[in-house]
Design a protein around this ligand. Structure first.
Ligand SMILES: [Zn+2]
Ligand SMILES: [Zn+2]
Length: 143
């Protein structure tokens, strides 16, 4: 596995820097209200990787955490506030990372809209990606 390509990312101020060994598991736009608020954006675009493929290269002490739901914890830079990681007890083997924090392209593009039925009323989506929703946010829906 050591031959797999590695990509790097950071928070806005650069205090928190990390590297991610490819391949990734998935990538999607999450429209849930927690992602929207914590990113201050129309939706959050995340990719997932197996935990041991992520290495924090700098700023471990600058990473704050917030438990955002019964299963989810969000990690952010204490200096600049940027979201950097998400973990869920539902998938403890994974870490999710905001695609926008990466310096390099990863090995896939966003593949779906998640929790699309929770999207902001003002957001307009005109791509052809699958739209998922329901209780898990991951069931096919037509909206
Ligand atoms: Zn920062
Ligand atoms: Zn979300």
């Amino acid at each position: 596995m050591s031959g797999d390509p590695t990509v790097t990312g950071s928070c806005l101020c650069g205090a928190v820097r990390f590297s991610v060994r490819l391949p990734t598991l998935f990538c999607g736009h999450c429209h849930c209200s927690i992602c929207r608020r914590s990113h201050g954006a129309a939706f959050g675009t995340w990719f997932g990787v197996v935990r041991d493929q992520v290495s924090v290269e700098a700023g471990e002490a600058e990473i704050g955490r917030f438990q955002s739901s019964d299963h989810g914890t969000r990690f952010f830079c204490l200096r600049c506030g940027s979201p950097v990681f998400f973990e869920s007890t539902r998938n403890p083997e994974r870490v999710e990372i905001p695609l926008a924090s990466m310096h390099d392209p990863i090995d896939r593009r966003p593949e779906a809209h998640i929790y699309f039925d929770h999207r902001a009323s003002w957001v307009v989506v005109d791509d052809d990606l699958p739209r998922m929703g329901g209780p898990s946010g991951l069931e096919p829906i037509t909206l």
